[in-house]
Each structure stands twice: as C-alpha cells, then as structure tokens.
Design a protein around this ligand. Structure first.
Ligand SMILES: Cc1ncc(C[n+]2csc(CCOP(=O)(O)OP(=O)(O)O)c2C)c(N)n1
Ligand code: SF4
Ligand SMILES: [Mg+2]
Length: 288
C-alpha cells in the first residue's frame, strides 16, 4: 500500500498561506492511497498556473506542460499507454480560456482520463485578472467597476455534460471527505471525467472565499440527485439560485476512445515494434 510519505514531493511549496490548492493536493494523495494504484501506474499532466505546480509537490510521474494544452498531451499519454491512470490538473484560466476547445473535443471523444479543474475565478499566477469562470460583475484589475466583469461566466459542469463527458462532478477544496470520494471515482471511471473544484484564491479573490463557499454549497447526493439522468444533471448544473450544488452530477458508461480505436488493452502502443519501412511508405504515399 502506498503511504503519504511515499507521495511526498521534493520541492518546497510556494502557494500562499490559506490557498485552496493545499486541500486539493491533500485530497489527491488520499484518493491515490484509497485507489491502491502503484505510483508508477499514474501519470500526472498539468498546464501553467499556481495549480499546475502540483507535479512538483507530489511524487508521481508527471509532465508540467503548456498553458491550455495539457489535455491533448494527456490524451497522447493515454493513447500510448492505456495501462496508466492519467490525470490532469489545470486552472480555470487555462482550461476554460485558451484550452476550452480541447475540453469539449476530449469530452466528445470520451478519452479515459480525469481532469481536475482548480477553479478560483482568477488567473492567480499572473496576479488576479478575472478568469472565464468569474461571475458577472466581479471586480478585478482587468474588470474595474462599473460594471466589473461585463459578461456571464463559463459553466464548466454544464459544458462537460453537454460536450459528452461521462463523469462530471463538482467538489470544494474545503470539503475533504467529499472531494476524496469524487477524485477516487473520477480516476476509477472508464471514460472522460471532469471535476470542477471550487478553490479559494486567498490572495486575489475577495468574493469567492472560504466563507462564501461554506455558506453556499450543498450536497447533490444528500438531495437525492439521479446521476444517470442527463437532463436532470444539466438542470442542476445551470441552477442559478443562491446555493451551489457540489457532488456527482452525471455518471454513465459509454465506449471510450481507446475501445473505438481498438487499442489493445494488454499490450499498449508503447510496446509495439514500429515497422519503419512501412511507416515511410505511408508518409511517402501521403505526399503523392
Ligand atoms: C500560452 C500561454 N498563454 C498565457 C500564458 C500566461 N499565463 C500563465 S499562467 C496564466 C493564468 C493562470 O490562471 P489559471 O489557469 O486560472 O491558474 P491559477 O494560477 O489561477 O491556478 C496565464 C494567462 C502562458 N504562460 N502561456
Ligand atoms: S495567488 Fe491565489 S491561487 Fe495562487 S498560490 Fe496564492 S492563493 Fe493560491
Ligand atoms: Mg485560476
């Protein structure tokens, strides 16, 4: 069994005191222990942002990639070695901004990876500009009053469900028990899993605070939500009241990309011998 000590990263953590990223890191470690998957069978991919420093703070095989591009890189990792549990850590600025197209197309393909969106409503690393998930009217250096942010936010849960993801949930960094359960299920799920994680940015976001989320969030599972019903999941995702639902919105089975491509489960692509002559013939044929 993996221990917390074995998962300890080597780098000094540079997140601000009170940052919601700490809770996500702690929950991920507990989820990995719960899953019992050996460390070398997990691949972590991240983008660029405060959240994306995760690979430096946990002892896993990891690739700290580019802003907005971690999901296609994770797809490549998965296709090359379907035996790995591939997980992605990204920010709201990253995957709901520059990387949004990748999120939707990966949902459509139902790639068997789990994406954890650290959603703090700001571009934390670049000093607090409002992000695509900031609420209308949100005031920041790049959205001064009046009117603050002059448009409605992207809804990551709604987009993931309508895009075709087969496991969609929302967690909160301050509800460790629920977050560990959700992360464990997301990694275990065979298909595209998207988890929107509410994560206070202590330094820049004065609206989406610990107190705000503690007061507003309620559990979908305690409200007897049916996770197999797509329309009910969409209705919950677009709830626009005073309360924010957290928990599993949608959880169904559908053939994933690897089964559609008939990728061999027992012998991953990385172990295949490449016939270079045949490959060259294909390339030459394409150039004709
Ligand atoms: C291609 C590219 N575009 C923009 C940037 C600049 N950049 C770095 S981090 C960042 C925003 C990070 O915000 P978010 O993804 O929400 O992560 P957080 O820091 O809030 O965790 C931006 C715009 C970059 N490094 N590369
Ligand atoms: S700037 Fe915000 S998101 Fe970044 S480490 Fe500090 S509190 Fe966390
Ligand atoms: Mg952010």
């Amino acid at each position: 069994m993996i221990t917390l000590e074995q998962l300890e990263g080597v780098q000094k953590i540079t997140w601000c005191t009170g940052c919601g990223n700490f809770g996500i890191l702690a929950a991920l470690k507990k989820a990995i222990i719960e899953l019992g998957v050996p460390q070398h069978e997990i691949a972590m991919v991240s983008g660029i942002g405060c959240n994306s420093k995760m690979p430096h703070y946990i002892n896993l095989n990891a690739f700290h990639t580019l802003h907005g591009r971690s999901i296609p890189i994770a797809t490549g990792v998965h296709v090359a070695n379907t035996n790995l549990s591939t997980i992605v850590h990204v920010g709201d600025g990253d995957t709901l901004g520059e990387g949004l197209g990748h999120l939707i197309h990966t949902a459509r393909r139902n790639v068997n990876i789990a994406v954890f969106i650290h959603n703090n409503g700001v571009n934390g690393l670049t000093q607090g500009q409002f992000s695509p998930s900031a609420p209308r009217g949100y005031v920041s250096k790049t959205s001064p009053p009046p009117p603050g942010a002059p448009m409605d936010p992207v809804n990551p849960v709604g987009l993931a469900i309508t895009g075709g993801a087969t496991f969609v949930a929302r967690g909160f960094s301050g509800d460790q028990k629920m977050l560990v359960e959700i992360m464990t299920k997301a990694i275990r799920h065979k298909g595209f899993a998207v988890v929107d994680i509410l994560q206070p940015c202590q330094t820049w976001n004065r609206k989406l605070t610990w107190a705000y989320f503690n007061e507003k969030t309620y559990s979908l599972q305690e409200a007897s939500h049916d996770t197999s019903d797509r329309w009910k999941a969409i209705e919950r995702a677009f709830e626009n009241g005073d309360k924010i639902p957290i928990g599993v919105f949608y959880d169904v089975e559908r053939p994933d990309l690897a089964s559609g491509l008939s990728l061999p489960e027992k012998e991953p692509l990385k172990d295949h011998q490449t016939d270079l002559k045949k490959l060259q013939d294909i390339i030459d044929g394409m150039l004709l």
